[in-house]
Design a binder for this molecule. Structure first.
Ligand code: SF4
Length: 337
């Protein structure tokens, strides 16, 4: 069961005495967040808004919406990062209390069968508190457990869908990576960014799943999209409008380099990059988006829609360095932005 750190919400309100607060978080938590907002409103006699727009990560805070409803504090629930607050945004943890003991036992047997000796443990925001226990169990069973230090916004052992520092820097020292949790999205990201055997430990189904097959399929599709974009003459270059996705310098760099190859570039600004929105641009041959890499890597579009690592691979080929582009390597990076 997911447990939101409500004590921190109540303590923050008591201390700062806001007149209006707002909450947001991932879709799956909106029910719990709504109930929390109701309780806050009742207990403190203040207005509490639930910002119900889609929210996919800590890059997607929607501070504009909080400003528009005059909220003094925006409680962002469920996407924990190493920074606890900034400006009027307060990050609220939402932990899943499901235990991993049984699935860890299964994992130990599978790792032994596969001859794995050294591993590293990764997870997403919801299961960070389980990492130390998992490491202890694995060490007690004779495995070498490599450190997975946090970096930037990432806590130790944490990965986002586009940022993998703890996994990436462990990759050369391990035979396999263990992802705690039910998020195929994050586990596949780990497999793609490291190129290592990645096992996802799903405590709900009590299953250990190897995700490298899914990763391989996504990688193949992402690589194909790069080659489809090679002949594109008119390219739509999309900057994301979400708080943490506005990367104007990146846009500038890619635009200059594309124009140097005679491509014509249209600059587009979008909040949600979807097939439906892109269909409006029927004169464009291919798109590059610098918003969220997973839109391109996991999504399906009728025209090529490249993420940042795909765009730089395309530029490498256009620059005449195609012989240096390794299919196996182009997504092996600590950060895809
Ligand atoms: S850019 Fe995409 S993958 Fe990265 S944190 Fe934001 S939503 Fe997640």
């Amino acid at each position: 069961m997911i447990r939101i750190d409500e004590d921190r919400v109540f303590a923050t309100i008591k201390e700062r005495k806001p007149r209006i607060v707002a909450f947001n978080g991932p879709e799956a938590l909106l029910g719990k967040i709504s109930m929390l907002a109701d309780r806050v409103s009742k207990e403190f006699g203040i207005d509490a808004y639930v910002i119900a727009d889609p929210c996919y990560g800590s890059c997607d805070l929607n501070t504009d919406a909080a400003k528009r409803v005059n909220a003094d504090i925006l409680f962002h629930v469920g996407h924990s990062i190493s920074i606890r607050e900034f400006g009027n945004v307060v990050f609220i943890d939402a932990y899943d209390d499901i235990p991993f003991d049984s699935v860890l036992e299964k994992c130990v047997n599978i790792l032994r069968e596969r001859g794995v000796k050294s591993i590293a443990v990764l997870t997403d925001s919801q299961h960070i508190h389980e990492v130390e226990n998992a490491k202890r169990v694995l060490k007690d069973n004779g495995f070498i457990v490599h450190a997975t230090d946090g970096k930037g916004q990432l806590m130790d052992a944490q990965v986002f869908g586009c940022e993998f520092y703890p996994a990436f820097y462990a990759r050369d020292n391990v035979d396999a990576l263990i992802f705690l949790g039910q998020s195929v999205f994050h586990a596949v990201g780990v497999a793609l960014a490291t190129g290592r055997l990645t096992l996802m430990l799903d405590p709900y189904y009590d299953e250990v799943k190897e995700v490298n097959g899914i990763a391989e399929m996504l990688k193949r599709r992402a690589f194909l999209a790069i080659y489809k974009a090679l002949d594109a003459q008119r390219i739509g270059l999309i900057v994301g409008l979400k708080d943490g996705q506005i990367m104007l310098n990146r846009v500038k760099d890619i635009k200059c380099r594309l124009e140097a190859h005679g491509k014509s570039v249209r600059l587009i600004a979008l909040t949600e990059v979807t097939e439906e929105r892109l269909r409006v641009f029927n004169d464009i041959d291919a798109f590059i988006q610098v918003a969220c890499p997973r839109i391109s890597i996991d999504g399906k579009f009728s025209k090529p829609v490249l993420s940042v690592p795909q765009a730089y691979t395309l530029l490498k080929i256009l620059d005449g360095h195609g012989q240096n582009v390794e299919y196996d390597e182009f997504l092996i990076l600590p950060h895809w932005l």
